[in-house]
Ligand binder design. Structure first.
Ligand code: HEC
Length: 140
């Protein structure tokens, strides 16, 4: 009976470990293309802010809004509450940039753009891990 309980305990632990590994892989696979796009779009946004090209800033901001909404969905589906919240806030901030750019007010767009950029490192420090082959994975 005792041996049996131990066996059940071991099975439960293995099951838990597999669930965590499964979640890590699932988030990483779904998020990687979104994040690559976030990286490229943020660079474009910065270039377009420097070039004072309001229409292009608005386009980039709209794309970032969509991308962070997607990221929010991925985190939420995998029950990573803090990251889902941060991604949602970023979608909102991107919306603020878009609104200002559409009003041709790039001075007002600069502040939320700076704020958005600071969130990258905050979340990466918590939830991103670089692997020996230099690719990244999600860490819970
Ligand atoms: C709420 C959390 C969160 C925020 C905010 C966030 N990221 Fe990420 N990012 C991650 C996680 C987790 C990974 C690792 C998994 C992956 O690669 O998809 C990652 C990976 C990346 C990668 C590597 C993608 C790859 O697989 O090669 C880039 C580039 C990136 N993020 C850019 C950004 C930029 C730029 C910002 C800010 C505008 C940002 N991220 C904001 C969570 C976040």
């Amino acid at each position: 009976m005792r041996k049996f309980s131990v066996l059940i305990g071991i099975c439960a632990l293995v099951g838990l470990a597999l669930t965590v590994v499964g979640q890590e892989q699932e988030v990483t696979q779904a998020l990687s293309p979104v994040m690559k796009d976030v990286g490229a779009t943020l660079q474009s946004l910065r270039r377009n802010l420097d070039a004072k090209s309001a229409a292009d800033v608005a386009k980039d901001a709209e794309k970032l809004q969509t991308l962070f909404t997607q990221a929010q969905g991925i985190f939420k589906a995998n029950k990573v509450g803090d990251a889902a919240k941060a991604a949602k806030a970023n979608a909102g901030t991107a919306g603020d940039i878009m609104k200002a750019a559409k009003e041709n007010n790039l001075d007002a767009a600069a502040e939320p753009a700076g704020a958005l950029q600071k969130t990258c490192k905050a979340c990466h420090d918590l939830h991103r891990e670089q692997l020996p082959d230099k690719t990244f994975k999600f860490k819970p």
